[in-house]
Design a protein around this ligand. Structure first.
Ligand code: HEM
Length: 437
């Protein structure tokens, strides 16, 4: 057990202020397996690639992710995603796979480039911008067009943004433990969820009436049916769309922001990225799925931001039936936590782990390849993120366009992670200055 816990609330104060520093202290004090006390709940933290592998590869009837996502049930809806029985969740996620097929990704690539161009079209010759707000906004425009469909990027844009914000307002620490308390934020969240379902219902009937077929997730879900032939209800379609948008929005926006901040803090790597962009887009400036594949330096810059500042700093599971790891046996009911942020900075895994060094991923060093579970910012095993490529494509597209048109410079003094929200972005303000090239 980590030292220093309060007899009543345990380590919750330290943990809510900075969960990663608390876990890091645990690793230094106790090793890669230790316990924390959060509000009387005993949480076991397991770190390192071997621990990650044991947790992510454990079958669902041994370690269940469901408990960790209770706060999402009022947003996604009852019986949707993690709230569904595992075999139903499998079927629901399978509806989403075709929407991430290579052919679809090509169309998304074009949309991502168009949205980025549109976003910077109004920038003057120079100015200052909050890079996290900017990236969250841009990734929302991209998500609404690729995933929700043109209706939401068009006339429903403003209302959708407000409703989405009300849903996000329900993601408070209280929601982890009491997601249905009658407090104003939760009431607002529930009202927004109902309104969103009715808006989507309207879009679905309009599409059916006009026989319009979109190239988006919404269309995929409208045409999907369960193995027993039952089509999805409007509640299920709404819930699955929200699942995919929530999963991919702030996570991508945050990683995009950390990528730029780190590159600007380390000009020696930024210059490598800029020369690569000159080489790849020198003759043909058009961003395509193929050209993005040539951007190795940019890809490594994103990976290093992902290693040091993973947007999701921890993941939880609940032990359903006895779980063993090494010499430890964890009984039913134990909560297990893994942390990409802390594991990806272990000295025994990555050399000089607190140094931003994208070249650690290039051969022959390839530090991430020493074990399949060294990098877990996108999870691992059965529940590994299905949007990894989508996320990388958005980030690469955005920066490959913006960096070629504008010279950027940091405009805040410090850029440290904030743990106020579920996704760990830089503290506001995180300003950058831009100047047209
Ligand atoms: C930088 C961006 C992203 C990060 C860091 C990220 C991270 C993660 C992580 C850590 C998990 C596993 C959670 C767990 O096991 O407890 C996950 C799952 C998931 N992600 Fe992502 N994600 C990102 C972008 C996306 C995007 C763009 C989409 C969709 C287009 C997406 C869709 C999903 C879905 C549906 C799951 C659930 C998979 C399952 O449980 O089987 N993610 N993501």
């Amino acid at each position: 057990m980590l030292s220093g816990g309060d007899p009543v609330v345990g380590h919750i104060r330290d943990f809510s202020r900075d969960p990663c520093a608390t876990m890091d202290r645990g690793a230094r004090e106790c090793g890669e397996v230790f316990r924390l006390n959060l509000f009387g709940n005993s949480i076991v933290v397991i770190l390192g690639p071997e621990g990650n592998e044991a947790v992510f590869r454990a079958p669902e009837d041994v370690l269940s992710p469901k408990e960790a996502y209770r706060l999402m049930t009022p947003i996604f809806g009852a019986g949707i995603a993690y709230d569904a029985e595992p075999h139903i969740m499998d079927e629901q996620l399978a509806f989403l796979y075709p929407a991430l097929s290579p052919a679809r990704m090509k169309t998304y690539g074009q949309i991502m480039a168009e949205e980025t161009e549109k976003y910077i079209a109004n920038w003057g010759d120079s100015g200052e911008i909050d890079v996290l707000d900017m990236m969250n906004e841009l990734t929302m425009y991209i998500s609404s067009r690729c995933l929700l469909g043109p209706e939401f990027r068009g006339h429903l844009n403003r209302e959708f943004a407000d409703l989405y914000q009300a849903l996000e307002g329900g993601l408070t620490p209280l929601a982890y433990f009491f997601p249905n308390l009658p407090v104003p934020k939760f009431k607002k969240r529930d009202k927004a969820r109902l309104r969103l379902q009715s808006l989507l219902g309207g879009v679905i009937s309009e599409r059916r009436k006009r026989e319009f077929r979109g190239d988006d997730f919404l269309q995929t879900l409208m045409e999907a049916s369960y193995k027993d032939g039952r089509p999805l209800t409007e509640n299920e379609i709404t819930g699955l769309l929200l699942t995919i948008v929530f999963a991919g929005h702030h996570t991508s926006g945050t990683l995009a922001a950390w990528t730029a901040i780190n590159l600007l803090q380390h000009p020696q790597y930024l210059s490598g990225v800029l020369s690569e962009l000159d080489r790849v887009y020198g003759k043909n400036p058009k961003v395509t799925v193929e050209s993005l594949k040539e951007l190795d330096a940019l890809e490594r810059a994103i990976m290093e931001a992902e290693r040091m500042y993973p947007p999701i700093v921890m993941m939880m599971r609940k032990v359903i039936s006895e779980f063993k790891f090494g010499k430890y046996v964890f009984p039913k009911g134990t909560f297990i936590m893994v942390s990409p942020q802390v594991s990806q900075r272990l000295r025994r895994v990555f050399k000089d782990p607190n140094r931003y060094d994208p070249e650690r991923f290039a051969p022959p060093r390839s530090e991430h390849k020493q074990h399949p579970f060294t990098m877990t910012s996108f999870g691992g095993g059965k529940h590994k993120c299905i949007g990894f490529q989508f996320a990388y494509m958005q980030i690469k597209t955005a920066w490959s366009i913006i960096l070629r048109k504008f010279e950027l410079e940091l405009a805040s003094h410090i850029y440290t992670p904030s743990y106020d929200f579920l996704i760990a972005g830089p503290h506001h303000p995180c300003l950058i200055k831009y100047r047209r090239r």
